[in-house]
Design a protein around this ligand. Structure first.
Ligand code: NI
Ligand code: MN
Length: 226
């Protein structure tokens, strides 16, 4: 049994036995989130790209806990130069861990660090945790990749941005959910800032109309994934 906890914005924490997987930890600057960033059960930190609302506290957490940062080559190098353990990856192939596997996959978005370093390409990440497949889209526009990812990797859950402006919005997230052909969708990247306000209830209602289930998680809420 795994627990998936929402930490607001695009941040999630997945607990799998002795492993703790943190994704896009934008935490200390998000007043909605309560999370102990010195939590030593964090073993891996995944970054979809280098923007401040995704890189967040990753380096400080890795320094405090010894967790390894997994990111695209350029972003991994940036983190490594700041004294933390990293695993550098590229888009495409399966990367294996004690808890399962992941694939870094395309996202149509930019990527740089808050202090202006080039951070390689932005990514989405497909996780297979003990056989449960979860697609975290990162920051992306709607793309036809969603169809390919759905056909080939067959995720059960999709975590999709719905706030628009910097990413896809609700109409595109609905169509992406259809292309991904997932059973359940968790919306993210909305209402954190003024320009990404979104009507999450209407999103969930429209998902139901197209035969898919939406799960609204408030920051700090979690679900069991199976
Ligand atoms: Ni971004
Ligand atoms: Mn973002």
């Amino acid at each position: 049994m795994n627990e998936l906890r929402y930490l607001g914005h695009s941040a999630f924490f997945i607990k799998n036995g002795d492993y703790g997987i943190l994704i896009d930890p934008f935490i200390s600057q998000n007043p909605a989130v309560k999370f102990d960033v010195r939590d030593t059960s964090i073993t891996h930190i995944f970054l979809t790209h280098g923007h401040g609302d995704h890189l967040g506290d990753a380096i400080a957490i890795a320094q405090a806990t010894g967790a390894i940062i997994v990111a695209v080559f350029e972003l991994a190098n940036y983190c490594q130069a700041r004294g933390v353990k990293t695993l550098s990856v590229g888009l495409g192939g399966e990367i294996k861990f004690g808890w399962g596997s992941c694939w870094f996959l395309p996202a149509f978005h930019s990527s740089s660090t808050p202090d202006g370093h080039y951070a390689g390409c932005a990514a989405s990440i497909l996780f297979d945790i003990d056989g449960v497949r979860i697609f975290h889209a990162g920051d992306t526009a709607m793309t036809t990749e969603m169809k390919l990812i759905g056909d080939f990797y067959k995720p059960y859950y999709a975590i999709l941005p719905i706030g628009g402006h910097f990413t896809m919005g609700i109409p595109e997230a609905l169509y992406s959910a259809k292309m991904l052909n997932v059973k359940e969708v968790i919306p993210m990247h909305y209402n954190t800032f003024d320009v990404i306000q979104a009507d999450v209830i209407s999103f969930i209602t429209s998902l139901e109309e197209q035969g898919q289930r939406g799960i609204i998680l408030k920051p700090n809420e979690s679900i069991e994934i199976q």
